[in-house]
Design a protein around this ligand. Structure first.
Ligand SMILES: CC(C)(COP(=O)(O)OP(=O)(O)OC[C@H]1O[C@@H](n2cnc3c(N)ncnc32)[C@H](O)[C@@H]1OP(=O)(O)O)[C@@H](O)C(=O)NCCC(=O)NCCS
Length: 200
């Protein structure tokens, strides 16, 4: 049995950003992200508007008492939605997340990955690093997960840089999303506590 986190504990704040659990009202940012070839360049083929609509039921699911799922990324200064970010089960032999693992009373059996998509206008301002660091803090303070994983396209240098700034270590090429040559990253609970655990 996992104690559910109250809704307010799932709202994650940083200096410049507010991360809110994804809701049906966030279909607008999902369309902007998932249909944009520039955003999806290293992630996969852009999907259609209908596929985005179909995805919203899964995008708003939460697992482990609310702790696992997708968040909408909002700039505090303008109130604008600029992206999404995730703590979600990492698929290995499938190219799709197994959303059925998001159930209230248990942690997913798959590894949990951290991920993010920002609209291009929000790149180059440190927002990805800020939100990724916050998700890691949430993961290690509010869940019992032993490690957080990430995978990128081997050529996605910007994302790899974000992960390394947030303390994730390269684990080399690995299989994920039914592909052999993903670039793997991870950080264990012990590594995070040693590096960031005492930070304000
Ligand atoms: C991957 C992605 C999120 C990276 O975003 P990003 O904006 O490059 O990442 P950062 O948050 O690290 O910001 C980059 C730069 O902003 C600059 N910056 C400007 N103002 C800053 C501030 N106030 N604080 C920190 N950095 C700031 C920094 O110089 C930083 O680069 P540096 O660390 O080399 O100095 C973005 O490219 C993206 O959404 N791509 C499409 C989706 C994608 O590929 N997602 C990842 C899938 S694995």
């Amino acid at each position: 049995m996992i104690t559910p986190l109250p809704d307010e504990s799932l709202i994650l704040e940083t200096d410049r950003l507010r991360l809110l659990p994804f809701s049906p009202a966030d279909a607008d940012i999902a369309h902007r992200l998932l249909e944009d070839p520039e955003v999806m360049r290293y992630v996969g083929d852009p999907i259609t508007a209908q596929e985005v609509e179909d995805h919203m039921a899964n995008a708003t699911r939460r697992g482990a008492g609310g702790r696992i799922g997708i968040w909408c990324v909002i700039r505090k200064d303008t109130g604008e939605k600029i992206g999404d970010c995730v703590l979600t089960p990492l698929p290995i032999e499938s190219d799709q997340v197994d959303w059925d693992q998001l159930t209230p009373d248990s942690y997913p059996s798959d590894e949990i990955e951290v991920g993010y998509l920002l609209v291009p206008a929000a790149w180059g301002q440190g927002f990805a690093t800020e939100l990724c660091a916050r998700l890691l803090r949430f993961a290690f303070e509010e869940t019992t997960l032993p490690r957080i994983t990430a995978v990128t396209d081997p050529d996605n240098a910007n994302s790899q840089h974000v992960l390394q700034k947030c303390g994730l270590r390269s684990t080399g090429p690995r299989r994920a999303y039914a592909e052999d040559n993903c670039s793997g990253f991870e950080i264990t609970r012990e590594e995070w506590v040693a590096r960031f655990g005492n930070a304000a």
